[in-house]
Write a protein that binds this ligand. Structure first.
Ligand code: HEC
Length: 167
């Protein structure tokens, strides 16, 4: 394999340059392996009622999370929840009022509520918001509605964590 790489320049390499290329190649392979195993996307673990590890490397944006939560197109949270967002009209009460939820629940607990609601409570009416394979298992009520990527989950969690004022 390294011979092939060594010869692709057309002339036979001297030993030193073949060695250098082989070293670079090995370094790249090691880097790729590290990235694949350390990349956090999709690798979440529920411990008790918490998911401790942030799902993305980028910093979450609470402002973006607020937009998602208040939107009837993206989040649909207000279909079932009251949220302290005045411009989000016609809020629902199927789920608990989210005012003060940042005081009741920690960030790892909030993340777990969005990613794995049914692992926490098998009777949960909350849809899981993390996009997964096998979407045919999605609650029929939520079929066709938007499901979040990891960044959207983290943005919404960041917003919920700011809701520390109790009603
Ligand atoms: C189909 C209705 C429905 C939708 C849509 C929904 N939820 Fe829920 N949610 C519930 C219900 C019901 C509960 C109560 C516990 C349970 O059933 O798991 C709950 C519980 C929660 C909790 C825990 C609250 C607490 O005080 O323990 C959080 C946080 C939460 N939802 C956030 C959200 C967010 C954010 C969205 C939108 C991204 C959302 N929910 C969308 C129904 C819904």
């Amino acid at each position: 394999m390294f011979n092939i790489i060594g010869h692709c320049g057309g002339t036979a390499p001297d030993d030193a340059s073949a060695f250098r290329r082989a070293s670079v190649h090995r370094l790249l392979a090691a880097l790729a392996l590290t990235l694949c195993t350390a990349w956090p996307a999709f690798a979440w673990e529920l411990v008790g009622d918490r998911i401790e590890t942030q799902l993305t490397l980028r910093n979450p944006s609470a402002a973006h999370g607020r937009e998602i939560v208040s939107s009837r197109q993206i989040g649909l949270c207000v279909l079932c929840h009251n949220v302290p967002i005045p411009e989000a009209t016609q809020q629902g009460n199927v789920g608990p009022d989210l005012t003060g939820v940042g005081k009741r629940l920690s960030v790892p607990q909030l993340r777990a509520r969005l990613v794995a609601p049914r692992q926490i409570n098998p009777d949960s009416k909350m849809p899981s918001y993390l996009k997964v394979d096998g979407l045919n298992r999605v609650n029929p009520m939520m079929r066709g509605s938007a499901i979040f990527n990891e960044q959207q989950i983290e943005d919404v969690v960041a917003y919920l964590a700011t809701l520390t004022d109790t009603p």
